[in-house]
Structure formats: C-alpha cells, structure tokens
Design a protein around this ligand. Structure first.
Ligand code: HPA
Length: 281
C-alpha cells in the first residue's frame, strides 16, 4: 500500500491545533489517557466528568465509524486522578492510517499525560482463559503488518529506533496485579497479538498464533502502545477475553456475543482500573 506521511512540521501543526482547541475548553493536565475498548464504554460513566468533547469538534481527530464506539474525549476524575478518556477508538480495519490511529495518543502526551491505560476486547487463545476473564498484557506481538512509527521521525517526540524490551511498564503491571489480588479479581498475565481484521481468524490462524506464543488476539491496542512507548509514556494494558479461539472447539462468534461478554466483565474491569489508578503515586 502506498502511504502518504505528514512531514514533521505538518504533524506538529495538526497536533498543536487539536491541543489548542482542547485548551480552550479545559486546562486539566491529565495523569493518564484511558482508551476504552469495544463494549467497554461503561467504564467512562464512572468518570466524574468535567467536560466532554466530541471528536468532530477537535481538528484533525478521526471520527469513529464502529457503532459500539461513541466518539468523544471525556475529561474528569477517576480513582482520584485526572483522566482523559477516549470513548471510541480507531481501528486499522476501518481504513485509518496508523498516524490517525495514534493521533489522540500524541495529543494526550502534548496535554501532559505521562501514562497510557489501554483496554480491549479480545479472543482467548490460551485454553485456561474463559470469556469475561481479564488479562494484564505483559507483552505483545505486532502482526498488523504496519506500525505508526514508519515515516518521518520527530526527534522531539521520541527516538528513531525505540526500545521495546518493556513496552508494558513492569511496576504498573505489578501494581495492577496487587490491586486485582486485593479486590479478589482473578486476572491472567499474558501476551496480546493483533491482526488487522475485520474478519475473525481461521482455526489454522488460531493454531499458528498460539504456536507463536500469544495468549489472546485482537485488532487494536498495539499501535497506541507503540506510540506511547515512542514518547516515553508509561503503559498499562488490560484485555477482556470475549470468546474462545480454540481450533478444536471453535464456534461461530457474533459481535453481540463479544459485547455481551465484555459487558459481563465490565464491573471487574471498572474496579480494577479505579483501584489501580487510586493506588498510583
Ligand atoms: N479475534 C478473535 N476473537 C476476538 C477478537 C479477534 O480479533 N476480538 C474479540 N474477539
């Protein structure tokens, strides 16, 4: 695919225009950017919202096309921390470029957010994982076939060749695990892989992904995490398992099943996110 990239100057102009528009509405310096995955928008209702800004009011923000995503930034308090939450995220399969997908992460960092807290709905490849289980992401395998760092590098944002030895911040992973334990919420720790979608995968692809070392599979998260790591943000990723991707017992999956399983997991996800935010320094 031929790609057209913004120059560093064009990117900075777009980002600064988005930041300026947001700054006309709020002076909040977020402690974290929270990205809510498919079927996980309920968590946003727990935020003591100060202001909500629809994506269409922010210059250069892409617009959500998937029905299950609402499409706004919510600024407010969650777990005693200042949060900017993305209700509705952008997927590669919708046709957005990687640069568009991570634009909100770039904007959040420019607003001062040092932390990216990202959630997603995913399929479970590990036979121990059941629908509505939670998994703390401790590593990922990028099989999207693209990434947001290809193109000109803005050296003021981050290095040309970012290190990926610990994309998910170990201390936050430990804190989230401790929080889950103290709340009595069972969580797995595992490896997330992302494919472009939008189709789910074949039995043979699930077998292959499992062989590679992945515990869950989805279609998101990795671009935003790469951009976060590039900008030296701390990252915490939480996956909600919505269906079982076991080749021998695979059953057809509908979007409604995925959303129902995500909904069922939401109370635990909400408690875990709020508890972890509250426990952060
Ligand atoms: N693949 C399989 N099952 C899923 C996915 C996926 O990408 N996302 C949610 N359930």
């Amino acid at each position: 695919m031929t790609q057209v990239f913004d120059t560093v100057q064009e990117f900075r102009k777009k980002r600064d225009e988005a930041v300026a528009t947001i700054r006309q509405k709020t002076s909040m310096i977020p402690d974290a950017l929270l990205i809510l995955g498919t079927g996980l928008g309920q968590l946003a209702t727990e935020i003591e919202a100060e202001i909500e800004i629809p994506y269409q009011e922010i210059p250069h923000f892409p617009l959500s096309t998937v029905e299950s995503h609402a499409g706004k930034l919510i600024f407010g308090k969650l777990g005693g921390k200042n949060i900017v939450a993305m209700q509705g995220r952008f997927h590669y399969y919708e046709g957005y470029t990687m640069q568009q997908i991570v634009f909100p992460v770039r904007v959040a960092k420019a607003l001062g957010a040092p932390l990216l807290l990202v959630s997603n709905a995913c399929g479970g490849l590990n036979p121990d994982y059941k629908p509505s289980d939670l998994m703390l992401i401790h590593d990922h395998i990028n099989l999207l076939g693209d990434n947001p760092l290809i193109g000109p590098n803005d050296d003021h944002l981050g290095p040309r060749f970012p290190d990926m030895s610990e994309p998910y911040t170990r201390s936050l992973l430990d804190l989230a695990q401790k929080t889950a334990d103290s709340l009595g919420i069972h969580v797995h720790q595992g490896v997330y892989t992302a494919l472009s979608g939008p189709m789910l995968e074949t039995r043979s692809e699930y077998r292959y992904l499992r062989l590679l070392g992945a515990d869950v599979v989805g279609m998101s998260t990795i671009p935003e995490v790469i951009a976060g790591v590039h900008m030296n943000m701390k990252v915490l990723g939480i996956s909600v398992i919505t269906d079982e991707c076991i080749p021998e017992t695979l059953k057809p999956v509908q979007l409604e099943d995925v959303i129902a399983a995500a909904k069922k997991a939401e109370p635990n996800l909400t408690r875990l996110v709020i508890g972890t935010l509250a426990a952060m320094e």
